[in-house]
Design a protein around this ligand. Structure first.
Ligand code: PLP
Length: 410
């Protein structure tokens, strides 16, 4: 009999969204006449920008012609996309990133989950709490998280993001090797300033650790003093990997395209303490285990890097951010403690009347027919909080906020 990876047996079930949909189905079955409004899962609802659709059609036609047909894509991605990312996302902001440091992929989820396999099994990992669950689960599957007990993994270092610290994690007191950071943040919607990010870069340099910086929501930043990329911060090229995605920027959640930056100046150590290039390791990993993002998809992604493409992307993001404003202002008006929704499409609220996350979930579902995400599902410090997303349609957002007003305003 084959023996399986024993770490999978330690994993708690995929509790959060499975439990959300179980409760929603049960409610719908009991109240078939009730229209349920979903502001829970972080998926987009707007169609792809027109420029992307046009590029997809054109690239598809190219695949039909032997003269322009494309087979396996280059391992790291097509130059047309890599160069456009370099120019628009980094050069334009004065952030130094070279073309051969950009790796095109099929999603920030896969890359943030896969990066951990480059590090030793005993690397100590710190995660913000609450957090995007992929960082935690991917390390747990590799045995780096220890045992799961009382909602915590025994070997992970949790960095609480709570109201008292403005939902900003503080650098760990103990020695860690890897630190995941996500800004704009899912689930809290928090964003930091350049000065605040500099503290992390300095900390990583002084303490010999590596920052795994997830900037999947960078397009949602509105504040001028907030960094779009960690490479806007001096010294980050020696200590940070950055993950970005077209999913929330251009509605690519169902199309799949992203990129990861691994600077060549980033050195890690082999078992004997010799310096090793993480860029070489990631390149080796990707060329062995990934065969590239489809040509037509990379063409569609590159289409956002024209003045017209940028305009269309801004319109989509602006639509969601108007939803965010509607949700946030409704909650504030009702006297509910709420944050986020300014530089991120998520609003993080303190459950009213002292309710815990799941009690508030049930209260909102049964009282208003509105679905959100219980904060406790993102980590122990999320207990007592709740996430609403701005990714619904305007119609759903307006109706949901009206129902919330009627329920909480009583
Ligand atoms: N990173 C964060 C913080 C996310 O919230 C998400 C998706 O919700 C992702 C990454 C996944 O992005 P992608 O669609 O590119 O895999």
């Amino acid at each position: 009999m084959n023996k399986v990876n024993p770490n999978y047996a330690l994993m708690p079930g995929s509790y959060l969204f499975a439990e959300v949909s179980r409760r929603v189905s049960a409610f719908q079955a009991a109240h078939p006449e009730k229209k349920i409004l979903k502001l829970g899962i972080g998926d987009v609802t707007r169609p792809l920008p027109k420029v992307c659709i046009e590029a997809l059609h054109k690239a598809t036609d190219e695949m039909a012609d032997p003269a322009t047909f494309q087979g396996y894509p280059p391992a790291q991605g097509y130059d047309f996309l890599i160069n456009a990312i370099k120019e628009y996302e980094y050069d334009a902001r004065g952030a130094k990133v070279e073309a051969d440091e950009i790796f095109i992929s099929d999603g920030a989820k896969s890359d943030t989950a896969n990066i951990q396999e480059l590090f030793s099994g005993d690397a100590v990992v710190a995660v913000p709490d609450p957090v995007y669950p992929v960082y935690v689960d991917s390390n747990a599957m590799s045995g780096r998280a220890g045992i799961y007990e009382n909602e915590r993994w025994s070997k992970l270092v949790y960095l609480p993001c709570v109201a008292e610290n403005g939902f900003m994690p503080e650098p760990p007191k103990e020695k860690v090797d890897l630190i995941y950071l996500c800004f704009p943040n899912n689930p809290t919607g928090a964003m930091l300033t350049r000065d605040q990010l500099k503290v992390w870069v300095d900390y990583a340099r002084e303490n010999g650790c590596l920052l795994l910086y997830d900037a999947a929501y960078r397009q949602y930043i509105t504040r001028e003093d907030a960094p779009r990329s960690i490479y806007e911060i001096e010294g980050a090229r020696e200590v940070a990997v950055e993950f970005c995605s077209f999913s929330k920027t251009a509605g690519f959640t169902g199309v799949r395209c992203s990129w990861t930056v691994v600077p060549k100046s980033l050195k890690v150590q082999d078992a004997a303490g010799n310096p090793v290039s993480l860029n070489d390791m990631w390149s080796r990993r990707q060329s062995t285990k990934y065969n590239g993002t489809a040509y037509i998809i990379q063409r569609a992604a590159a289409a956002i890097y024209t003045p017209e493409g940028q305009k269309q992307v801004r319109e989509n993001v602006g639509y969601y951010m108007e939803n965010a404003k509607i949700i946030r202002e409704t909650l504030v008006e009702l006297g509910v403690e709420a944050s986020g929704g300014v530089d991120a499409p998520y609003i993080w609220l303190k459950c009213p009347k002292g309710m815990d996350s799941w009690s508030f979930f049930d209260y909102l579902l049964s009282g208003a027919g509105v679905v959100g995400t219980p904060g406790a599902g993102f980590g122990p410090s999320g207990e007592g909080y709740f996430r609403l997303t701005a990714f619904g349609s305007r119609e759903v957002t307006l109706e949901a906020t009206q129902r919330i007003r009627e329920l909480l305003g009583k």
